[in-house]
Ligand binder design. Sequence first.
Ligand code: F6R
Length: 240
Amino acid sequence: MNLIEVKDYEEMSERAARYIIEKVRQAKTLNLGLATGGTPVGTYKNLIADHKENGTSYQNVTTFNLDEYVGLSGDDRNSYRFYMNEELFSHIDVVQANTHIPRGDAPDMQQECLNYEKLIAEHGGIDLQLLGIGTNGHIGFNEPGTSFDSATHLVDLAESTREANARYFSSLAEVPTKAITMGIATIMKSKEILLLISGQSKREALSNLLHGEVNENFPASALRNHPCVTIIADNAAIGK
Ligand code: F6R
């Protein structure tokens, strides 16, 4: 794993955006894996600014998001589809039909898991996957204990994850209890991974990732076995 140390959230966001922009510009077509949450918001802002100022085009980019809440439709303000449209897709020239997010309101959620996994494979897999990390080491919604062999699947969200995400809802009770997520094996199939880590609350997670055991109780540790991972972490997360 290659660790890039940066000063703060702003610098992390700029570096991450530059990394992505270079791939988008170089590749004839690119399958880009995306994440939601607080961490990538600044990166998306930088991608939008660059698209407006420098004209970087996303017409040849296909996106696959990591996860979605079960029970929320795409027009629910708290769905990850809504977030992605607001934070990125509606501000760049990506073709909306080429943006893929698991459906949280599919009539058959088990079938949706199979369909999503198949969709990624049919497109030839993800070239670059952007990740954040939970304080408990989750990636996507793969909570501690998730098998490293897992494909896209349904999960019961850990209480700590629901509490961390409650800031987006009017109350904790409103936070869905289930989600659909790419599995660890799905993420590990990505050709390249870019993991962003910012803030003091992620310090222990970063330290575990760098120095702890590779263990299913700390899902992100699977990344230690991936041949091409870049971590961009800020001083607060590093502990400087
Ligand atoms: C989001 C996702 C999650 C987040 C993680 C960190 O699509 O898959 O794993 O990356 O929960 O969230 P933030 O960035 O809000 O700290």
